[in-house]
Write a new protein. Sequence first.
Length: 231
Amino acid sequence: MLIKDWMAKDVHTVDENTSLMRATRIMKENNIRRLPVVSHGKIIGIITDRDVKDASPSKTTTLDIHELYYLLSEMKVKDVMTPTPLTVHGDESLEKAALIMLENKISGLPVVDDNGYLIGLISETDILRGFIHLSGLKDGAIQYVFDLPDKPGVVTKVVKFLRDHRCRVISILTSFEDATDGRKQVAIRVQPPEGQEIGELTETLRKEYTVLYAARDELKDIPHKQQQPTA
């Protein structure tokens, strides 16, 4: 999966001389957490809601409201932004963007073209959407995790076995980290034929392979956070 297929393309931006007050208003009105800072279309920095919070006066300040507004209006984006932020290219993989975010403990990355011009923004939410789509979770698929020998053609045989039993293969993921030497764990999501029970298919698979896990995710009662009451 490529970043350009999942990134936000309609990106709000500011320049380095935008007031902190205006940048804060843009983030709040558009419900976003970060703003790329651009100059002539090229990325030169990024400002986040955390930067704004750290730069804002403490709640215990002795400044009155007029002084606070004046202070925020005088502060510029360039005073608090992160200069030369990490970036990715649209033709790079979603997995690479996820790794960069994880290792650097950040939740979003500007996306640039080969000349450094901003073309989008990829966030942790975009990456999660991509991975959920790739997994086939929303298709009501069953996930099987197999313990298999690390040999050429083994996964192909499992896939053929599933297709011979009229299953539609949705996704395949392989991991070596949790497996013993010479083995690998392969997670395969499938849609079985209509009317076939998961237990029936699982028992058939267990006769041929080592099945570590078999389940269909229940999506009917996904919890949602409560909306905060508006004033």
